[in-house]
Ligand binder design. Structure first.
Ligand SMILES: [Zn+2]
Length: 97
Protein backbone atom coordinates (compact mmCIF):
# COMPACT_ATOMS: atom_id res chain seq x y z
CA UNK A 1 0.00 0.00 0.00
CA UNK A 2 2.82 2.40 0.90
CA UNK A 3 4.65 1.40 -2.23
CA UNK A 4 1.64 2.22 -4.35
CA UNK A 5 1.34 5.60 -2.69
CA UNK A 6 5.03 6.37 -3.29
CA UNK A 7 4.65 5.52 -6.96
CA UNK A 8 1.64 7.73 -7.20
CA UNK A 9 3.49 10.63 -5.60
CA UNK A 10 6.82 10.36 -7.36
CA UNK A 11 6.01 8.54 -10.58
CA UNK A 12 7.68 5.45 -11.94
CA UNK A 13 11.41 5.44 -11.45
CA UNK A 14 13.38 4.78 -14.59
CA UNK A 15 16.78 3.96 -13.10
CA UNK A 16 18.21 1.98 -10.22
CA UNK A 17 18.71 5.27 -8.40
CA UNK A 18 15.00 5.48 -7.77
CA UNK A 19 13.12 7.52 -5.25
CA UNK A 20 12.46 4.37 -3.28
CA UNK A 21 16.01 3.27 -2.76
CA UNK A 22 19.44 2.48 -4.14
CA UNK A 23 22.08 -0.22 -4.12
CA UNK A 24 24.95 0.08 -1.71
CA UNK A 25 27.92 -1.75 -3.19
CA UNK A 26 30.89 -2.24 -0.90
CA UNK A 27 33.98 -4.42 -0.75
CA UNK A 28 35.57 -5.80 2.39
CA UNK A 29 39.08 -4.42 2.93
CA UNK A 30 40.20 -7.58 4.58
CA UNK A 31 39.07 -10.42 2.29
CA UNK A 32 37.62 -8.66 -0.78
CA UNK A 33 34.11 -10.00 -0.36
CA UNK A 34 31.57 -7.86 -2.23
CA UNK A 35 28.20 -6.84 -0.80
CA UNK A 36 25.26 -5.46 -2.78
CA UNK A 37 22.69 -4.20 -0.35
CA UNK A 38 19.46 -2.57 -1.33
CA UNK A 39 18.74 0.47 0.82
CA UNK A 40 15.08 1.38 1.01
CA UNK A 41 14.85 5.12 1.52
CA UNK A 42 11.44 4.83 3.19
CA UNK A 43 12.43 2.33 5.84
CA UNK A 44 16.22 2.30 6.22
CA UNK A 45 16.98 5.98 6.73
CA UNK A 46 16.87 7.59 10.16
CA UNK A 47 15.21 10.96 10.42
CA UNK A 48 17.10 13.80 12.10
CA UNK A 49 15.94 17.28 13.04
CA UNK A 50 18.37 20.16 12.95
CA UNK A 51 18.30 23.18 15.26
CA UNK A 52 16.22 25.21 12.81
CA UNK A 53 13.52 22.58 12.55
CA UNK A 54 14.68 21.20 9.21
CA UNK A 55 14.79 17.51 8.50
CA UNK A 56 17.75 15.50 7.28
CA UNK A 57 18.28 11.77 6.99
CA UNK A 58 21.12 9.46 7.82
CA UNK A 59 22.05 5.84 7.37
CA UNK A 60 24.37 3.84 9.56
CA UNK A 61 25.01 0.27 8.53
CA UNK A 62 27.29 -2.43 9.85
CA UNK A 63 28.13 -5.21 7.46
CA UNK A 64 29.87 -8.42 8.37
CA UNK A 65 30.59 -11.03 5.74
CA UNK A 66 30.71 -14.78 5.76
CA UNK A 67 34.40 -15.01 4.91
CA UNK A 68 36.03 -13.01 7.69
CA UNK A 69 35.35 -11.14 10.90
CA UNK A 70 36.04 -7.67 9.51
CA UNK A 71 33.19 -5.32 10.44
CA UNK A 72 32.46 -2.75 7.74
CA UNK A 73 30.79 0.40 8.95
CA UNK A 74 29.00 2.64 6.44
CA UNK A 75 27.66 6.09 7.30
CA UNK A 76 25.68 8.22 4.89
CA UNK A 77 24.07 11.64 5.23
CA UNK A 78 21.09 12.81 3.17
CA UNK A 79 19.36 16.15 2.82
CA UNK A 80 15.65 16.76 3.36
CA UNK A 81 14.91 15.44 -0.11
CA UNK A 82 16.79 12.20 0.69
CA UNK A 83 19.58 13.10 -1.73
CA UNK A 84 22.98 11.79 -0.68
CA UNK A 85 25.26 14.59 0.54
CA UNK A 86 28.13 12.72 2.18
CA UNK A 87 29.27 9.21 2.91
CA UNK A 88 31.94 7.50 4.90
CA UNK A 89 33.16 3.92 5.21
CA UNK A 90 35.43 2.10 7.63
CA UNK A 91 37.17 -1.21 6.94
CA UNK A 92 35.86 -1.36 3.39
CA UNK A 93 35.47 0.60 0.18
CA UNK A 94 32.60 1.78 -1.99
CA UNK A 95 32.38 0.18 -5.42
CA UNK A 96 31.40 2.61 -8.16
CA UNK A 97 29.29 1.29 -11.00
ZN1 LIG B 1 35.87 -9.79 4.75
Amino acid sequence: MLKKLAKKLFGEASSVQSSEGFFLNVRCNSCGEVFNLFINKSTDLAQNFDERGGVTYSLSKEIIGSRCRNLIHVKMEFDGGKTLVSRDIENGEFIEE
